[in-house]
Design a protein around this ligand. Structure first.
Ligand code: 13P
Length: 255
């Protein structure tokens, strides 16, 4: 059985007090969670400490980014070793996003930079959530499969079988992110199956069937159930709808 996951990517939203309010509100509604999905929240790095320090907070936590370098003169960057070091005693910090389309678009992250980030995270016992997905122009020119194939192959296929098993993949079509336009469940399932088939060809079906592939892009309480019902969709990477406790819990309960 593949792990079901719902991860909230808060992007550059919520200040400290709002983070605390979210946690208090979430904890007070925890009993309404019916699903066994693993729940992850990815706050801005500066608030990881707030999250980790809150009592009764047993949700997994992740960072949104890390440096591709080990250490050194890289002003403003946070290394994977720092993320690991920072949480060495509580072990709440498990994940880090890699290659979100906003980082690819605004910070020029290539597949090869993403591959380095994946390596740094695995070296520091953190699990990468590796993002892929095409822009609208790629889909319109029917280039979306080959683009996603390159993202997966160049970002992940240098890994050994055991290393790949630590990775979660998130398919996020760029045209669906923050736009209110979701991929249809058929479009999403088609791409998820395509990605799983790539994994199967390179690593075999045991590995391919063990990797969770999440869908992201305008996933909301009213469309999550249909998306999560698809054979190869193992959960969601949620942006806007993860900022409110009620909509996030409704999505978590959509399996
Ligand atoms: P939205 O859910 O706001 O479309 O964002 C998706 C996303 O980018 C999650 O990483």
């Amino acid at each position: 059985m593949r792990k079901k996951i719902v991860a909230g990517n808060w992007k550059m939203n919520l200040l400290d007090e709002e983070v605390i309010n979210f946690i208090v509100d979430f904890n007070s509604k925890k009993n309404s969670i019916e699903s066994e999905a693993e729940i992850i929240i990815l706050p801005a790095s500066i608030y990881l400490d707030t999250m980790i320090s809150m009592p009764d907070w047993d949700i997994k936590i992740g960072a949104q980014n890390c440096s591709q370098f080990n250490n050194g003169a890289y002003t403003g960057e946070i290394s994977a070793a720092m993320l690991r070091d920072f949480d060495y005693d509580s072990e709440n910090l498990h994940y880090c996003l890699v290659g979100h389309s906003e980082r690819r678009a605004y910070f020029n992250e290539t597949n090869f930079i993403c591959a380095d980030k994946v390596n740094r995270l695995l070296e520091n016992k953190l699990k990468p959530i590796y993002c892929c997905g095409e822009e609208l122009k790629d889909r319109e020119s029917e280039n979306h499969f080959s683009l996603v194939q390159a993202q997966i192959e160049e970002g992940l296929f240098h890994l050994s079988e055991d290393e790949l098993k630590q990775v979660v993949i998130a398919y996020e079509p760029v045209w669906a992110i923050g736009t209110g336009v979701t991929a249809s469940s058929e479009q999403a399932q088609e791409m998820h199956l395509f990605i799983r088939t790539l994994l199967d060809k390179r690593y075999g079906d045991e590995v391919a069937n063990s990797i969770s592939i999440l869908y992201g892009g305008s996933c909301k309480p009213d469309n999550a159930r249909e998306l999560f019902n698809q054979t190869d969709i193992d959960g969601g990477l949620i942006g806007g709808a993860s900022l409110k406790v009620d909509s996030f819990i409704q999505i978590i309960n959509s399996f």
